[in-house]
Design a protein around this ligand. Sequence first.
Ligand code: HEC
Ligand code: HEC
Ligand code: HEC
Length: 434
Amino acid sequence: MQNKRIDTFIMGMAIVFMGAAVFIMGLLPWLGRAHAMTVVTMDGKVVPAQPYTALEAKGRKVYIREGCWYCHSQYVRPVTGEDRRWGPPSQEGEYAYDVPHMFGTRRIGPDLTREGGRVADDWHFAHHFNPRMVVPDSIMPQFPWLYNGVDANGRPVPTEDAVALVAYIQKLGSNLGPWRKNFLYISGGSAIPVVPAAVQDGVEEGKKVFMRRCVGCHGETGDGKGPVAVFLATKPRIFKDGIFKFRSTPSGSIPTDGDLYRTITMGVRGTAMPNWHELTEEDRWFVIQYIKTFSDRFKEETPGDVIVIPPEAPNTPESVSRGKGLYDQMKCAECHGVDGTGNGPSASTLRDNWGNPVAPRNFTHGGTDMKSGPAPQDMYKAFSTGLDGTPMPSYADFLNPDQRWDLVHYVMSFGPPDTYLILSPQQAGDSYGH
Ligand code: HEC
Ligand code: HEC
Ligand code: HEC
């Protein structure tokens, strides 16, 4: 008698739970309010979520077919500092076109919600071909069937599926607009830290970091010929020459440790060079001490005087039009084109110091594509120092500070304004020391 009562009870509860499950997961979504189709950007604007293009939608199918979701979630939770690692927490509207959604619960690999735009396509092609080439201790499987033969340079050729997959990956997180400009700064990219005393001699430790994180591209001897290099349009820096693009020091000078720290923390936009904000501050300092050992320049020379970035002059239509005059006068259009798309008459012939083609920047993409960083101050710095090793010269001897600001404002006028990171005078002062 007793047993039968328990059986009935269990049966009853089973029916209740089943019913609740069907109601909550099956019916409620249909009865509930309409799904959010908008997201709030970092600048506080409400914008519509963008649907997938045909190519991205195809890539999404490849993502599902290849089982990427066994290991990768797509949901940045607003807890335990996830937003410091990956970027802003997920919003409902970001999933507007995701059927079925890819939230996932298991994270064997990193969350991919904010993966879009982190690194250039060529990083992904190398990584899918063989993750261990790029990340030596990765446990992600290889996807060799997404490649077909090799091209004349020995680079494995991605199939249509692989191209679609990478297009999909690059779309992830982009509904939020150009959020990365803020993220790079929050993640410590702009602050030049004080060297901890204990870290002064970090070469041995730095080598460990290098062999674990950097060797696939920059090569064991710092010659820029790691196995990944063949995949990359913009080649990894060759450290033995001691020539660096992103500096606060004059043209031709070696960079400060602070410059290298900033590059390593923020990565280099539009290339395969990732941002390494996830490494501890110490590891970043160690690896800098190590890469400096590749070039004698760091033993024989001291960095030149750090250039001063004065407070930004007001960005007015007059400033923009003065900037246009200077753009003509300085012949920027020779390389960057009259329309700023980077298609000037000399563009196709330009090479860097190592003989690789290098395209002048296309200004219509705005701050997102600026390798020095997304703030106007970063562009001011690029005009003042030049990008050593490339045809982009320094204008320190030709333009006074007001003229450099005018030119910054003119270049900014080509691109979407919200891609630039406008710092408060206080932030600019903290980051650029004026
Ligand atoms: C067996 C689990 C597993 C599978 C399956 C898997 N990954 Fe990964 N993935 C990882 C791990 C672990 C990492 C971290 C190490 C690394 O970067 O290789 C990673 C890293 C990544 C990264 C870099 C993310 C970052 O922020 O560093 C991307 C992008 C990525 N995977 C995409 C994919 C795609 C696309 C697929 C399907 C074609 C896939 N993964 C399949 C485990 C997996
Ligand atoms: C997936 C490939 C890849 C990996 C991994 C990588 N880099 Fe790079 N790195 C590049 C590329 C490509 C460039 C060149 C960017 C350019 O010239 O615009 C570069 C450039 C650099 C520069 C030169 C910046 C300048 O001012 O000219 C430094 C410094 C650097 N990397 C450090 C590192 C360190 C340290 C690591 C490891 C923690 C690392 N990189 C890992 C691809 C990579
Ligand atoms: C001889 C050709 C040449 C001339 C002249 C030239 N540039 Fe450049 N510029 C380049 C190249 C090449 C790059 C890209 C370098 C790279 O990506 O490593 C570049 C990059 C830039 C960048 C991007 C900096 C960054 O951090 O990403 C800006 C902004 C820029 N140029 C503005 C100008 C302006 C303004 C002028 C005129 C005052 C000018 N350039 C003159 C070739 C040129």
